[in-house]
Design a protein around this ligand. Structure first.
Ligand code: AMP
Ligand code: MG
Length: 321
């Protein structure tokens, strides 16, 4: 009855480049933030740089994942309704950025979707379609206005409020991993955090990195467009990334925080190209939820270079800043 799909590679196809580079190469693939992550870097200290970049991603997972019991986000989720909960300056700054973003998107992006994520449980082995009454009850805690930050103290105004940073943490981790690579003098690298790509510098041929955008209607590896990137990020939110099917209907992992059900604006994939992977990560999720028409009305509020959408009829559209 249930068909579940976990896609880690479907969104982008890294088009290989051959030869041309004499720089030392290091590459590693590891699993953090619930996704497969590959970092390939070039330079004298590439091996050490890649190792330390993964250490940084692991540190961020331990800080921000709501699935790690000792993380600061779990601490907030457990205590912040009962008493203001003290967390690090880094977590506070990160939360503030997500809250400002929520405001700009009028709540299309909202990190308090956790009660809904838990209810649908789409990323588990046993996802299910909840009853309307359950959705209503979960919705009572949803709303970024329920988070209050005072100095380093975080409080929740509602007892059902819980945070899930799944729509932003990979982008933040990509930006921070790039900073680490920079510290090791690495100018050229490609990072793939399960749908969040960061293309640093140039490919081994000295040209822009070429990233194929997966055609959602075609076989894995078939792209409909190629993005040429240098010091840029490309992030995709897609309903084909994580979903299950029940009675012929598809339920995916990007939830409309107002209705409590998977967003249904006709889009099946939104790719954001820009400079900040955190911003692109939040924006791809937000555009997916609000739909292209709503987004166009407020697009001047956001930093991005290009947005590419694919709808359920396989129409592709591009929006530039
Ligand atoms: P992404 O794949 O970046 O679009 O993020 C999807 C993930 O973000 C989900 O697995 C949830 O953890 C979380 N999420 C789902 N819906 C939303 C939403 N409307 N706003 C913020 N985060 C969300
Ligand atoms: Mg996102």
């Amino acid at each position: 009855m249930f068909k579940k799909s976990l896609c880690f590679i479907l969104c982008f196809i890294l088009i290989p480049s051959f030869g041309g580079c004499s720089e030392k190469k290091a590459s590693s693939t590891e699993f953090y933030l619930n996704t497969v992550i590959t970092i390939t870097a070039y330079g004298e200290k590439s091996q050490e740089g890649v190792r330390k970049a993964f250490d940084e991603i692991k540190r961020i997972e331990n800080l921000l994942s709501c699935y790690i019991e000792t993380s600061e986000i779990s601490k907030i989720n457990k205590n912040a309704f009962l008493k203001p909960t003290e967390v690090s300056g880094e977590t506070v700054e990160f939360l503030k950025k997500t809250l400002i973003f929520s405001e700009k998107t009028d709540g299309a992006f909202d990190i308090t979707v956790k009660p809904l994520m838990s209810l649908w449980d789409i990323t588990s082995e046993t996802p299910r379609v909840p009853a309307d009454s359950e959705i209503k009850s979960a919705l009572s805690g949803v709303g970024y206005e329920n988070i209050v930050i005072n100095g380093n103290l975080v409080s929740f105004l509602n007892k059902n409020t819980k945070i899930d940073l799944g729509g932003a943490a990979k982008g933040y981790a990509a930006d921070m991993a790039v900073k680490v690579l920079n510290d090791y003098g690495i100018k050229n690298a490609i990072l793939d955090l399960g749908g969040n790509i960061y293309a640093l510098g140039k490919n081994p041929q000295g040209k822009n990195w070429r990233i194929g955008l997966q055609d959602p209607s075609k076989k894995r590896g078939e792209s409909f467009s190629v993005a040429e990137l240098s010091d840029k990020t490309a992030v995709t939110s897609g309903s084909y990334e994580r979903y299950f099917e029940k009675d012929g209907k598809v339920y995916h992992h990007i939830i409309n925080p107002k209705t409590g059900i998977p967003a249904d604006t006709g889009l099946i994939s939104v790719t954001v190209i820009g400079e900040s992977s955190l911003e692109a990560d939040m924006l791809s999720t937000a555009v997916f939820v609000m739909g292209a028409e709503e987004f166009i009305k407020i697009k001047d509020l956001f930093n991005f270079e290009k947005i590419i959408t694919v709808d359920k009829y396989n129409n592709k559209k591009e929006y530039v800043k």
